[in-house]
Ligand binder design. Sequence first.
Ligand code: ADP
Length: 341
Amino acid sequence: MDNNDLKNILKEVIMPGENINIIDKGIINNIEILNNKKIIIFISLENPALHIRNKIYSNITDIIHTKISNEIEINFNFQIKKLSSYNNIKNIIAIASGKGGVGKSTIATNISAYLSDKGFKTGILDADIYGPSIPIMFNIENDYPTITNKNGINNIKPIINYGVKIFSFNFILQNKPAVWRGPMASKILHQLIKNIYWEYLDFLIIDLPPGTSDIHLSIIKEFLITGVIIVSTPQKISISDVKKTIAMFNIDNIKVPILGLIENMSFFLANQKKHYLFGKNGIKKLSNNINIPFLGEIPILQIISESSDNGYPIILNNNINYFYKKYFILIMNNILKQISN
Ligand code: ADP
């Protein structure tokens, strides 16, 4: 039995719901045969859905056991196939939260501004269609991306500020309320995302909507996400929503690695004393309990909300004292450590 014999046998396995066999579809990357007793099959699929994978695994197992031998042990090595249009994006980091208003966009803005400042080619996709605030935070509220047509395909050129390539769904929504639902949202997202011309990026930061929604599922389907960061305030009410968000990213056919949790609005400083308005260390304790890295805390600071409103990320502003920026810098170092892990 060699690889060619096996490939011929595997031509009898049809892709679930399609009219093509798995060899012609090109989902088998490699086959290793060990002592004619064990076979390792390396598979890559664009659709990571578990039920499709399981169906393929069981059909492959059945045909090998029937046509060769019942004794053969079969192992599968699965990889999600990168969509070719995103091959030029090295790391895709999604920023999520259980609730709205916890500082997710503020943190996404500062992360991307920091990475760009450090020389990384960086983009940000504002996918928070229910409250898109990235254009304000980047001071590009009145800008509109240019669209060119190349060989019949529309290319949307992101707007660049502070060296960051920015695309927000608010460019399309134009401050109208987002009433996108289910399949319609997925279709529009897919079309739009496909046409954004990022060119090469070291990092694409995606600002997700709060909570769990169809938009999350669409984004997860569109991009091979390197990892997700979850932002929350420390009070009990927020924590239960964080747990739901973590559970979503842990679902078997979603499975996005969680890089860590960030606690925002951890405390308020007055007279050189920390006041824990929303309780002490809620997210830090949660991280410990569920064994997910804690990436750091950020206090409530007037200068943070002013920077957001002024469209000038605090991390870039040389007129702002290091004391206020150090929380973000510490978090950035932890994020980069997690990614290199
Ligand atoms: P989300 O994206 O989670 O909805 P935002 O990032 O839009 O939240 O933040 C909501 C508001 O809170 C914004 O006005 C922002 O400037 C402010 N904000 C966020 N984090 C802080 C903080 N640590 N201190 C003070 N204001 C903050």
